[in-house]
Ligand binder design. Structure first.
Ligand SMILES: Cc1cc2nc3c(=O)[nH]c(=O)nc-3n(C[C@H](O)[C@H](O)[C@H](O)COP(=O)(O)OP(=O)(O)OC[C@H]3O[C@@H](n4cnc5c(N)ncnc54)[C@H](O)[C@@H]3O)c2cc1C
Length: 469
């Protein structure tokens, strides 16, 4: 952060989404000096803005200020893969363990899952109600199984869902023929399908949300960097804001704040966008309902067909930078972009020679136990939400509604969910953190190559799994 890339005027070029958001990205005025409000929110991504939205809606008399170091949608919220999905970055057993007793744990974990499913529709509902044209298409997600090892993982995931008593329509196993009715990719032996995902234009959503909160009298101060958060006080480079409640919504940038170096780590995910593809290419590929797509490899990939018929395709695999550093130069890595494109062409050989028009990246926030959390300490008035890993588009909305209830001191179904007030452990100090995270990244990439060669589940992946859970 803070380098030449972040000059006002360059925001509209950060990603395909920024460029096509229909916005000139002129920063709003910075904080004009010291002020006092009821609620100060640090960070104007989805978390900060959903929180402001629901709080202002529930109690219009509250004074709310959002403080943003760059512009709304500068972070992950403006540049993600656009999967608004019911995925939560912790499996049901981990959520159940948070809740304590076995029986209660199971019920709580399923309640969180049900809340996530409903959240996909809530995002869609608010976008429509607020006139936000976020190019929403709820086509679900198809996750391809390529080869026997991936098919075994697909089966195991569906078996696990049944074991937990999840609705049969919420995750289905498809054979190769049914998969081909949705998408035609190379080397596919089956897939899982869930209806719980909408493809969206992420930057249109976050920019539209900013306008929606302003219509509710929330004030957003852009180009205002928070330098210190403490109970009832936020210090910035433009002045100090005093507030009864302070919400930290800084996700991957959290490690840059004093006192939070080991709260979560920034892990980079990189993305490419192709040129718009002709109807003849789409006839070969499919994805007629703009289903989002992925597969069962270890090093995550994700794709969507955009409203203007491009493919946006991203993946992990970029290095973690020692000391949890965040810098605009890390958003680009030509070797990772090349690997992502090769992976896309391997899925859809019809794309050989396709023109890539945009390439970008950004950091995800990863807590030590890979489990997102939301909470408020009533004694200090300090609240937070984050640690979504790669599943924040919908989860931030659930966080916003939960923070509304916590701030207004209301006990609701949302405040009883297992992720509420969960405290993830701290990351190891360096250089252990750097060694562990990069070792896992390299091992997962090697595990995918091992499985492609042996066609059996990777032993290496099993060995490093404890590093990422
Ligand atoms: C490349 C990529 C692809 C992804 N794909 C998906 C996907 O397809 N589906 C999905 O569910 N999730 C995805 N994610 C994750 C998802 O985008 C995030 O979890 C979500 O956007 C987090 O929202 P947020 O508001 O918490 O954080 P952010 O959007 O990062 O917002 C935090 C804001 O805080 C500001 N800030 C930070 N520090 C300070 C400070 N000191 N002072 C003032 N302001 C500050 C930042 O500038 C930023 O605007 C992806 C993420 C990335 C990076």
């Amino acid at each position: 952060m803070g380098s030449a890339l972040n000059r006002p005027g360059s925001y509209g070029r950060l990603s395909f989404w920024h460029e096509s958001a229909g916005d000139d990205w002129t920063p709003r005025p910075a904080l004009p000096g010291d002020r006092e409000v009821d609620v100060a929110i640090v960070g104007a991504g989805y978390t900060g803005l959903w929180t402001a939205y629901y709080l202002a809606e529930a109690d219009p008399s509250l004074s709310i200020a959002v403080l943003e170091s760059e512009v709304c949608g500068f972070g992950a919220s403006g540049r993600n893969g656009g999967w608004c999905s019911a995925l939560f970055p912790a499996e049901l057993p981990a959520l159940a363990a948070l809740a304590g007793t076995e029986a209660g744990g199971r019920e709580s974990a399923l309640a969180q899952h049900a809340a996530m499913r409903a959240t996909v529709d809530e995002v869609t509902r608010v976008a429509a109600a607020e006139g936000i044209d976020a190019h929403v298409a709820k086509g679900g997600t198809i996750r391809l199984a390529r080869g026997p090892a991936q098919l075994a993982r697909a089966r195991a995931e569906v078996d696990e869902a049944r074991h937990w008593g999840r609705d049969p329509d919420d995750l289905e196993l498809l054979d190769a023929a049914r998969t081909g009715e949705i998408v035609r990719a190379q080397g596919v032996s089956g897939a899982t399908y869930t209806p719980d995902c909408a493809a969206i234009h992420p930057a249109r959503l976050v920019r539209g949300l900013a306008l929606a909160v302003e219509r509710r009298e929330v004030v957003i101060h852009e180009r205002t960097r928070v330098t210190h958060i403490s109970p009832r006080e936020v210090r910035t480079d433009q002045g100090t804001v005093r507030a009864e409640t302070v919400v930290r919504a800084t996700e991957a940038f959290t490690s840059q704040l004093p006192g939070h170096r080991r709260t979560s780590i920034p892990v980079y995910s990189l993305v490419i966008a192709t040129e718009p593809l002709p109807p003849s290419t789409w006839d070969e590929i499919g994805l007629a309902r703009r289903e989002t797509f992925s597969d069962f490899r270890h090093l995550i990939v994700y794709g969507q067909r955009t409203a203007d018929d491009r493919i946006v395709f991203g993946g992990r695999g970029a290095p973690y930078h020692a000391g949890s550093r965040v810098d605009p130069s890390f958003d680009r890595d030509e070797s990772v972009f090349a690997r992502i494109l090769a992976g896309l062409v391997d899925l859809f050989p019809v794309l050989r020679g396709v023109r890539v028009t945009h390439a970008w990246g950004g950091p995800l926030g990863v807590p030590r136990d890979w489990c997102a959390s939301v909470g408020l300490d009533p004694s200090t008035g300090l609240a937070w939400a984050g640690g979504y890993v790669g599943d924040g588009v919908a989860t931030t909305n659930l966080a916003g509604r939960t923070l509304r209830d916590l701030v207004l001191r209301q006990d609701t179904d949302l405040t009883g969910l297992p992720w509420v007030n969960h405290r993830s452990p701290s990351w190891e100090p360096e250089p252990l953190r750097w060694l562990g995270v990069n070792a896992a990244r390299i091992a997962f990439s090697a595990a995918d190559r091992e499985e492609a060669l042996t066609r059996r589940p990777s032993l290496l992946a099993r060995a490093v799994a404890p590093l990422v859970s």
